[in-house]
Design a protein around this ligand. Structure first.
Ligand SMILES: *[C@@H]1O[C@H](CO)[C@@H](O)[C@H](O)[C@H]1NC(C)=O
Length: 325
């Protein structure tokens, strides 16, 4: 009975393991960039976040075995890794399928297209409200479903912070904010998952190409980090930060609708531009879009730092997190 149930799950994990979310490396980079900024700019917010993360890992060591000396960064893959361990209820929260009508038309022309209201655009603000203790935070579907799946409120809050760190990365991947809808895909192409490309670096469809940072960060690091691997990640991230710069107005507020719209705009302008299903992506497509998505990873990291400061920046929140510990 046990094997019969386990086997299909294993087979599914083997063949579909990398369908959702930036691959590990993209998430780890977003979290590392945030971590480096917080260490410099708001160490108290970072330590409050770390203290809150510890609440869940203390009582759930097997669920958090990838976390070692750098939990704020290492936990960024948690929301994906729990999908196969009872956490699949939040799989739909990793994206928002805003329809991209590349042949024109509108929603009225595609009655089979279904939009899921429980999406990343709703979940991120709900988690920020919860972690900030804003009034009415208990009313969100995110709060209600997470607390159903985690044994008590304190642990649930700690778990919710892990999800938030992950979703901040996902929302900066354009195909997590869009689904192409046209005559071939009247229900949508599932954020590019239906758009096949010849396999390269394990990426078999357009969605996974973008998850791999357009082939540029397809590596799967071993977690928890050794100190040398941690330092290597730091080097990769500081190189990225030196390459792209932003004005503070682009990252100094928690403005989820703007983030969703920016990702959607990249889908419209770049993601499907100049490519054909089942054909290799042209080298100029790859070159152009590596820059586009790397830049967005840096922006994601800066915005995650802002989000953490917003939640933990005041001393009350810090004290509360310490108390929870
Ligand atoms: C995002 O895009 C939608 C649809 O075009 C628009 O209604 C909304 O005002 C935009 N939001 C922001 C914050 O730009």
């Amino acid at each position: 009975m046990k094997t019969a149930r386990l086997l299909p799950a294993l087979v599914i994990a083997l063949f579909t393991g990398k369908v959702f979310g930036f691959w590990e490396q993209g998430h780890l980079m977003v979290a590392r960039i945030a971590y480096d900024h917080l260490s410099q700019e708001s160490p108290s917010a970072l330590s409050a976040a770390n203290n809150l993360l510890q609440v869940y890992s203390n009582s759930n060591p097997s669920m958090t075995s990838l976390e070692g000396d750098f939990p704020f960064v290492e936990c960024s893959t948690f929301a994906d890794s729990i999908k196969a361990k009872g956490g699949s209820y939040q799989s739909g929260w990793h994206f928002i399928d805003n329809p991209f009508f590349d042949e024109g038309g509108s929603i009225n022309d595609y009655p089979d297209f279904q939009f899921d209201e429980q999406n990343i655009g709703k979940v991120i603000p709900a988690l920020v409200d919860w972690l900030s203790g804003n009034s009415g935070y208990q009313n969100s579907f995110a709060y209600q479903q997470i607390t159903e799946h985690v044994s008590n409120e304190n642990e649930a809050k700690s778990y919710a912070l892990r999800l938030l760190i992950h979703y901040l990365g996902d929302i900066h991947q354009p195909l997590h904010a869009s689904s192409r809808v046209n005559s071939k895909y009247p229900k949508g192409d599932r954020g590019g998952n239906s758009f096949q490309v010849p396999p390269k670096d394990d990426a078999k469809n357009l969605h996974s190409v973008w998850d791999s940072v357009v082939y540029d960060h397809a590596d799967t690091p071993s977690l928890p980090y050794s100190s040398s691997a941690w330092n290597r990640l730091g080097g990769v991230c500081s190189d990225l930060e030196n390459k792209y710069s932003f004005s503070s107005s682009e990252y100094n507020s928690v403005d989820v609708d703007t983030w969703v719209n920016e990702s959607f705009a990249i889908t419209q302008s770049n993601v499907y531009n100049g490519i054909t299903e089942k054909q290799s992506l042209p080298s100029d497509y790859v070159q152009t879009n590596v820059d586009v998505i790397e830049k967005h990873i840096v922006l994601g990291g800066l915005r995650l730092a802002t989000t953490i400061k917003t939640i933990f920046g005041n001393s009350g929140a810090v004290e509360e997190a310490l108390f929870l510990q």
